[in-house]
Design a protein around this ligand. Structure first.
Ligand code: GTQ
Length: 302
């Protein structure tokens, strides 16, 4: 044991993920090209995986999360399937795109957060005439680490579309309009956090707590001129720029970002955000898992 102890039980997190940023305009062009080469029926899901550059071959963005950009072109639908892994979707482009969860369709609008809980049948479609694109976040590595992955196709081509029960849609689509309004209200009434600006946590409307048992999600407003203090936490986070532009210093490297760009902050890696104009950041992480296990830590460094 003495030969391996330091690696077995490190004194601090040693993330294999490194800080990285994906420019939406570059990713979008690649995704649209994929749209000409493969159908959702051939691919099951047409997704450009955002693989962490220091984790090549893993298809992962952090040690605990998978993330990618999914395209549904006009007129397309995806096969219906279900899996043990839970998914969240942060909508980037959509006029009429939808996700159906257990037969109930919800229309996706930019900025919406849509949930696909573990083992629910789901499919996506785009009856509109412009591409639909969103960011997927799945707890794939957690499910695989535990040896608990199951997946299957829906028996039959399409799951029946049910009439939405009153409020059913509200259970798995957090509309951007409502979240954005809540951010504004908090900004008018509350104090500004020195690291996060105004940061909200999405709460599961049915059970309370985190939106998914394994995935926490957040939306934060950085007011014009905001220069945040340095912060780190043990939950590695994937960010997507919902509005505006700015820059984040992640582990000493500055990453300038624009609307819809995606960037990743590894576990225990210091991050600070700054903006000129107002900006809004969406993010997700495995925080519920870390909290449930009593492992989560955070630190503000002044
Ligand atoms: O939409 O169900 O990015 O099954 C990867 C696997 C999305 C999905 C992904 C999936 C999905």
């Amino acid at each position: 044991m003495w030969e391996v102890l330091g690696d077995l039980i490190p004194e601090q997190p040693r993330p294999t993920a490194r800080p990285a940023l994906w420019r939406y305009q570059e990713m979008r062009a690649l995704l649209l090209e994929a749209g000409k080469l493969i159908t959702p029926q051939e691919a099951e899901r047409r997704v450009l995986i955002l693989e962490n550059p220091s984790m090549q071959g893993t298809s992962l963005i952090t040690q605990s999360m998978y993330s990618g950009l999914q395209l549904v072109d006009p007129g397309e639908t995806t096969p219906t399937h279900r899996h043990a892994t839970s998914a969240i979707r942060f909508v980037i482009e959509s006029e009429k795109g939808y996700t159906a969860v257990d037969g109930i369709r919800t229309t996706m609008h930019p900025g919406d957060l849509v949930l696909t809980p573990s083992w629910t049948y789901h499919d996506h479609g785009n009856p509109g005439d412009s591409p639909v694109i969103w960011l997927d976040g799945l707890d794939v590595p957690i499910v695989n680490m535990l040896g608990t992955s199951f997946a299957e196709s829906y028996p039959g081509e399409f799951q029946p579309v049910k009439r939405p029960e009153a409020g059913a849609e509200v259970l798995f689509n957090f509309s951007y309009a409502r979240s954005r309004e809540a951010l504004d209200r908090l900004y008018r009434n509350g104090p500004l956090d020195e690291c996060h600006g105004i940061k909200m946590q999405y709460a599961n409307p049915a059970a309370g707590g985190y939106p998914m048992p394994t995935i926490g999600a957040f939306l934060q407003l950085l007011p014009a001129g905001f220069q945040g203090a340095r912060y780190r936490s043990t939950d590695a986070a994937v960010y997507c720029v919902a509005e505006g532009s700015g820059a984040s210093t992640i582990g000493g490297t500055e990453f300038a970002w624009q609307k819809n760009d995606v960037f990743v902050v590894p576990s225990w890696c210091p991050v600070s955000h700054k903006v000129n104009g107002e900006a809004v950041l969406f993010s997700f992480s495995d925080r519920p898992v870390q909290k449930a296990l009593g492992l989560w830590r955070e630190e503000v460094s002044r």
